[in-house]
Design a protein around this ligand. Structure first.
Ligand code: EPU
Length: 293
């Protein structure tokens, strides 16, 4: 009997991760699970722990680069309807961990709810966005989070208010916990003004970054304190550098774009080269923003 016999109905063995990541790269996940509701997720997590099977939660795969050899772990994706519910209650929104963040931002703007518009153009699931404290020039998700409902590695479900979460630049202390849902406190705003701001940010991003249609994982490296990783990579002369079919974007040097035929290995080679070059030219050690599985 396999370790996951109780979950065979929700398991896809050897699931190609290329189909589940924005990069469209990477080999198979040994097991891909899509739990149908919270109790099933809780039971699955307990089963992984008891069987000593390593596991990862996969959101929309917007910030993940999976190795070409695949990932020898249980990948859990919260893509069933139970994890994607969004409820609107005045200026408060509660969204499931698997809900789509880009859609939520657009809906908030169209309903005249202010607070998320600065995060226009950031792809991901609610869980991923919370876990990474996603953000950019116009804010970070921590600013509007009221509380987060979590499944802890010990199997407990807890509600943590924002004040009890360590939110920092592209970082939280939520690693290892599963975001079941998050509540956001927004404000009433002018729909027209919010739509205007939303469009402006989209246009700004379109001008400065590869389009969302180009395959990438957004920014590869975090900005070192007080500096811009993109600017350092640019000054190091890296724009347009290629390995195989992967290329350091000519628009924004902190993006690595995968052209048709690229492999995860091509991207990894560029990451190593870029880190080495910035260390040599600027004496700065860049840290990854993306996750490598
Ligand atoms: N710059 C260059 N060359 C480049 C890229 C940037 O000289 O190739 C310069 C820009 O001209 C600007 C400065 O570097 O003076 C900063 O660049 P930018 O304004 O594009 O912002 P960023 O710090 O590179 C951050 C987030 C992005 C987010 C943008 C816009 C990080 C690591 N990156 O980029 O987030 O989209 O602000 O809000 O925090 C992501 O998280 O995946 C991501 C793309």
């Amino acid at each position: 009997m396999t370790w996951y016999a109780d979950f065979a109905a929700i398991c896809q063995p050897d699931a190609p991760l290329a189909e589940h990541t924005w990069y469209g790269l990477g080999g198979p996940a040994r097991w891909l699970f899509t739990p149908r509701d919270e109790p099933e997720l809780v039971a699955l997590l307990a089963c992984c722990q008891a069987s000593q099977v390593p596991w990862h939660i996969l959101g929309r795969g917007a910030n993940v680069l999976a190795h070409d050899a695949g990932v020898d772990a249980a990948i859990i994706k919260l893509s069933t309807p139970a994890f994607q519910q969004v409820t609107w209650d005045g200026e408060r929104i509660c969204a499931g961990g698997g809900a789509d963040f880009t859609t939520l931002v657009k809906d908030a703007v169209d309903r005249g709810r202010a607070g998320l518009e600065g995060l226009a153009g950031i792809p991901g699931s609610i869980g991923g966005v919370i876990r990474m404290n996603a953000g950019g020039r116009y804010g970070q998700i921590a600013h509007v989070v009221e509380s987060v409902r979590l499944l802890q590695p010990d199997g407990q479900v807890v509600e943590r208010p924002r004040a009890e979460i360590d939110f920092a630049y592209r970082h939280t202390d939520l690693r290892g916990a599963i975001v079941l849902a998050a509540t956001f406190a927004l404000q009433a705003g002018s729909r027209i003004a919010l739509q205007h701001e939303y469009q402006r940010i989209w246009k700004e991003k379109r001008a400065a970054q590869p389009t969302l249609a180009a395959r990438s994982a957004g920014c590869i490296f975090k900005n070192p304190t007080g500096r811009s990783a993109g600017m350092l990579l640019d000054q190091a002369g890296l724009k347009g550098t290629r390995r195989g079919e992967a290329e350091i974007s000519t628009r924004h040097a902190n993006f690595i774009v995968a052209h048709a035929g690229a492999t995860a290995g091509d991207v990894l080679e560029l990451i190593t080269l870029a880190k080495d070059r910035v260390r040599e030219t600027h004496g700065v050690e860049l840290a990854l923003e993306i996750e490598i599985w």
